[in-house]
Design a protein around this ligand. Structure first.
Ligand SMILES: C[S@@+](CC[C@H](N)C(=O)[O-])C[C@H]1O[C@@H](n2cnc3c(N)ncnc32)[C@H](O)[C@@H]1O
Length: 278
């Protein structure tokens, strides 16, 4: 049975920390959503920074919340939608997994809307990101059962007794060779009628649209205060690390893993959210 929605999202900030200063191009909503303890993201304002692969280390963890708010279109709305859907599928006594939980933003956003009998498990392979997540979850005062696990999704099967699995911008960092196995492990660890909420950056098969969508994406980054140097250096650093799939490849991956109900719930040019139900 699909669990009933317990509560309305509380009209409050995501974390209750101090608000970083507004950035050029910020909407009011975006400024409000950028509530966090994050330092401003200047990781790539040195062109040399593009010479090494992007890593989720201590430097990234310190600026991550600012980075993700300025680099992911409608990040706050995606988080709100994940909460809305998770609340409908999460069942008391089961686990909700956030794979690639990073600094714990989703878990904090989910807390007021998901049944308190649902246990939260955040998983990440970066100790530094998990340290930040632990700090934020503790400051948030999470009352339900929760746990943070350090695990590499390339090697470990972590999902069990789950009614909801969230992968927000994480599968794109899993090497393609391993994605089938990761999707199958998620499917196996979900209860009947459990849901996977998957958000990914995309590449588009048609080169005209791919080019256009990438341009619109970089325009968004400019509006959010990133310079040409920062945009170029980050693109280079991510080149071998973030491997986006085409929309049809993601659907195929989920269908092959066994999911029978698959639907796109979010789309912004080259970003997509998919819900898949077992
Ligand atoms: C873009 S961030 C995810 C953002 C986050 N889900 C959110 O809602 O803000 C990707 C995360 O996946 C983690 N990650 C990357 N590869 C991983 C792997 N092989 N196993 C576990 N976590 C991984 C990174 O450490 C990082 O925290």
């Amino acid at each position: 049975m699909i669990g009933s929605r317990r509560a309305v999202v509380k009209a409050r900030g995501l974390f209750g920390y101090t608000l970083p200063p507004s950035l050029p191009g910020d909407s009011q909503e975006m400024s409000q959503q950028r509530e966090s303890s994050s330092e401003p993201d200047r990781l790539f304002d040195d062109p040399e920074a593009g010479n090494s692969d992007f890593v989720f280390d201590n430097r990234t963890a310190r600026v991550f919340d600012d980075m993700v708010n300025r680099s992911v279109p409608l990040y706050g709305e995606i988080q709100r939608m994940l909460g809305e859907m998770a609340a409908d599928f999460a069942t008391p006594g089961s686990n909700l997994f956030d794979l690639g939980c990073a600094t714990g933003t989703s878990l904090i956003q989910l807390d007021p809307v998901v049944d308190p009998g649902v246990r939260f498990v955040g998983v990440d392979n970066s100790a530094e990101m998990l340290d930040k997540a632990r700090e934020k979850l503790t400051a948030h005062g999470m009352q339900r059962q929760w746990e943070l696990q350090q695990a590499d999704l390339h090697r470990e099967q972590v999902v069990e007794n789950a009614s909801v699995v969230i992968m927000n911008l994480t599968l794109q960092f899993i090497r393609p060779l391993y994605r089938e196995r990761v999707a199958r492990n998620i499917y196996e660890g979900l209860e009947e009628q459990g849901a996977l909420l998957l958000v990914e950056k995309l590449t588009i098969g048609d080169s005209l649209f791919n080019r256009l969508f990438i341009n619109y994406y970089y325009e968004m980054k400019r509006r959010h205060g990133y310079s040409e140097v920062e945009i170029a250096a980050k693109r280079e650093a991510l080149e071998n690390v973030l491997i986006p799939y085409r929309p049809e490849e993601n659907r195929e991956l989920l269908a092959q893993a066994g999911f029978s109900h698959i639907e796109e719930f979010f789309r912004w040019y080259n970003f997509s959210g998919i819900i898949a139900v077992k």
